[in-house]
Design a protein around this ligand. Structure first.
Ligand code: HEC
Ligand code: HEC
Length: 257
């Protein structure tokens, strides 16, 4: 029972994968960093840091908090799997420099040198996020339309219609734990997290009520975790390498496994 629809589904998946592969091949030929042994080595080094904590020692081992598969703890520790490498790299730098202070992550990021940060984020960006069921809850109006009366821009315009993120600067929010999202909004409101370009998030967080933030966070938690633009290890590490440069890494999109 059920094998036929499944096979039909697979055929559809294969056809779309083929298109994806073709697009990826075209992107790869235009890319200045094709898949290479260096990329694989970067990701492998990153995995070691994720499992060991690198120079920071075992208490900084990422997997202990972010989970073996980078899925987070579902409460206060965010998912890293499949997030854009450029975004993750920026966060590590911001934790280390103090413009995104955090009691745990500041120390973790400071203990790693630039190469270690680059490789560990390449590793996490290359992990496939776990998919969950699509949410039945409709997106809150503020997400879709903002609120012109309060000068609020729609969240969707920067984070994508389903919270899937846009480019490397405007992160995936889909599938992040509600408590984590609420905490980030509180920190922006209070001026503790100050790493958003042009203070967009600070302004937005201050205009929202706690009820609105709660509803947005609850909706986001139920969104299926979708792969970030740089969803495979090789393009992810290329993206990490590009993180310091101005060029966006999203052209490096490749089929995930
Ligand atoms: C002791 C637990 C712990 C360890 C170990 C840990 N993290 Fe975290 N991490 C957290 C918590 C908690 C947060 C949320 C902090 C905040 O609110 O800013 C976080 C946030 C992050 C974020 C921000 C994600 C986002 O969506 O903005 C990144 C990136 C990250 N961690 C990477 C790492 C890496 C890489 C390692 C290992 C080198 C690591 N973490 C080790 C607990 C931990
Ligand atoms: C003008 C563009 C813009 C709009 C509109 C916007 N955001 Fe953001 N948001 C950003 C950027 C850029 C970042 C990443 C900042 C950084 O580098 O840490 C961000 C980060 C976040 C984060 C932190 C993610 C993490 O993993 O730590 C949350 C949560 C968030 N936004 C929620 C929202 C919500 C909810 C709305 C709508 C009420 C919204 N944003 C509207 C640009 C925007």
């Amino acid at each position: 029972m059920g094998t036929e629809p499944r096979q039909a589904g697979l055929a559809v998946v294969r056809a779309s994968q083929l298109l994806f592969v073709l697009a990826a091949l075209m992107a790869a030929t235009a890319c200045d960093r094709p898949v290479s042994r260096t990329d694989q080595a970067l990701t492998a080094t990153g995995r070691v840091t994720a499992m060991s904590g690198g120079a920071g020692g075992a208490s900084n081992a990422c997997f202990a908090c972010h989970g073996l598969d980078g899925e987070g703890d579902g409460v206060s520790v965010p998912r890293l799997a499949g997030l854009d490498a450029g975004y993750l790299q920026k966060q590590m730098e911001d934790y280390a420099s103090g413009i995104r202070p955090d009691p745990v992550m500041t120390a973790v990021a400071k203990a790693l040198d630039d190469n270690a940060r680059r490789s560990v984020v390449a590793y996490y960006a290359g992990l496939a996020p776990r998919r969950s069921n699509a949410s039945a809850i409709p997106a809150p109006a503020i997400w879709r339309e903002g609120d012109p009366a309060r000068g609020l821009t729609a969240c969707a315009s920067c984070h994508g219609a389903g919270g899937e993120g846009v480019g490397r600067g405007q992160p995936v929010l889909a599938g992040q734990p509600a408590a984590y999202t609420r905490e980030q909004m509180d920190r922006w409101r209070a001026g503790k997290r100050r790493n958003d370009p042009r203070a967009a998030m600070t302004d937005i967080a201050r205009k929202l009520t706690s009820e609105e933030i709660g509803a947005l966070a609850a909706w986001l938690e139920q969104r299926p975790a979708s792969p970030a633009p740089a969803s495979d290890a090789a393009s992810a590490s290329a993206a990490a390498a590009a993180a310091g440069r101005s060029a966006a890494s999203r052209e490096g999109r490749r089929l995930d496994r």
